[in-house]
Design a protein around this ligand. Structure first.
Ligand code: SF4
Length: 437
């Protein structure tokens, strides 16, 4: 979501102030830090970075500095108390006001705006500009679930969905620029409901059906979904929409009923398994990934064993897993936490080893299979190879040097598997007339 927001900031300032992105902070006129507050470490990094940027501003007083994202939302003016050189403080829902903020900063007027003005920002964003065959499209923002460990509802606001027609218009604009793979985004993407048209009441499944019908769109992904919002219509989309990839990221956080309840996730372990079984019935080859929080307050060895058993039962292919990080202002921050940090780290290492092994086993089993990939470019490590992504999110490197392949679908046969990538041989591609989608 932050990546998406960052690209929209670049689009905005490109249009309003003719600004261009630079990788070199020293030549920038405006430096923006788009922040994340999901874990304490990410939050700490903000002030370290602002400290480094102060030195740049001392050398170049006209430089303007802005802090956006969830840390800005949570801390507001407190940021300027610790870093007086910050000119603009804006939240995820006010980034569309950046052009005005930059103008004010030029007159040395510091601005802080971290409000949640519904979803008006999308009315002020320019048409997306893309360079490549993959693009994000935000369909909803915020979250109303209030899991006890999470800051998102406080930093991004409650769930608000974009109008259905606006989303499909954006997908169409992207497809016209050559985008083949659309990644639908939302904090709780499957809580999407089109509130702009009470008669239609479109949900995420409707968005997927409509996006798949847009000329040029060949692949659709969505993140991040919530188990309790996984409706039958969405499960059915896995059966009926071939453009929807055979990969699903469905966070579970823990396999223990006691911990799921303490997290206020709204479902138990069995409900999660039941959903997965229904999804697997609709799309038998689906690959599954999840999020895990290890060492939530009160997690015992037995709770951890429940999580490990769930990992084995579902056969997860990948995870985003972390030791619990207490976030100020959340209900879980009040809970007693007597599990030693060292033990939490040991549990996390055990979990990550297991999931890495499962992932490697799945990669090994892919050797000899033919995979359809979207070619994204040249391999950064081997100039004689190009690379693309499989439906189950694996990078495949294959010998080829042909710029015309970039942005095209190709079939490759998998010849070897490594921990982070696959090796393949090109069989056919859209460049040849025999290739059929
Ligand atoms: S559903 Fe996700 S974003 Fe919402 S509160 Fe829970 S963890 Fe946070």
């Amino acid at each position: 979501m932050n990546e998406y927001d960052s690209s929209r900031m670049a689009d905005l300032l490109g249009e309003s102030h003719d600004m261009e992105l630079t990788d070199n902070a020293e030549e920038a006129d405006v430096l923006l830090l788009n922040t994340c507050s999901i874990r304490e470490k990410a939050q700490d990094k903000v002030y370290h970075q602002l400290g480094r940027w102060k030195k740049l501003k001392d050398k170049k007083p006209g430089l303007k500095i802005g802090v956006g994202g969830c840390v800005a939302s949570q801390e507001g003016d407190a940021i300027r108390k610790r870093a007086k050189h910050v000119d603009m403080i804006f939240g995820p829902q006010t980034l569309h006001k950046l052009p005005t903020m930059v103008d004010a900063a030029a007159k040395s007027i510091p601005i802080t705006d971290v409000t949640f003005p519904e979803i008006e920002k999308f009315d002020h964003l320019p048409a997306p500009r893309v360079d490549g065959a993959e693009a994000f499209v935000s369909v909803m923002e915020g979250c109303s679930k209030y899991c006890t460990f999470c800051v998102v509802p406080y930093t991004r606001g409650e769930e608000v969905s974009r109008p259905f027609n606006d989303i499909i218009q954006e997908v169409t604009q992207l497809a016209e620029q050559g985008v083949r793979e659309i990644h639908l985004l939302g904090q709780n993407v499957n809580a999407y409901r089109d509130e702009s048209n009470a008669d239609m009441e479109a949900d995420l499944a409707d968005v997927i059906h409509a996006a798949a019908a847009v000329d040029g769109v060949e692949r659709i992904r969505f993140t991040t979904s919530h188990p309790v919002e996984f409706t039958d219509s969405l499960i059915e989309a896995f059966r009926t929409v071939p453009e929807l990839v055979s990969h699903l990221h469905l966070p579970v956080q823990s396999g223990s009923n006691k911990i799921l309840k303490a997290m206020k996730r709204g479902h138990d372990r069995q409900a999660y398994i039941d959903k997965i079984n229904k999804i697997k019935a609709a799309r038998p080859d689906i690959s599954l990934s999840s999020d895990f929080i290890i060492g939530f307050p009160g997690e015992t060895d037995d709770d951890f064993v429940d999580t490990m058993n769930l990992i084995q039962e579902i056969g997860f292919d990948h995870s985003f897993s972390f030791v619990y990080s207490q976030r100020p202002g959340t209900p879980a921050a009040e809970l007693e936490d007597d599990t030693p940090e060292e033990l939490k780290k040991q549990r996390l290492a055990i979990l990550q080893r297991r999931i890495n092994q499962q992932s490697y086993d799945i990669s090994q089993a892919m050797i000899g299979s033919t995979q359809r990939i979207l070619v994204t470019g040249y391999s950064p490590r081997d100039p004689g190879k190009m690379q693309g992504r499989t439906e189950n999110n694996r990078i495949v490197n294959f010998p080829a040097i042909d710029a015309r392949l970039i942005g095209k679908f190709a079939d490759v046969i998998i010849t070897d598997a490594f921990p982070n990538s696959l090796l393949g041989e090109l069989i056919s591609s859209e460049l040849e007339s025999s290739y059929s989608l």
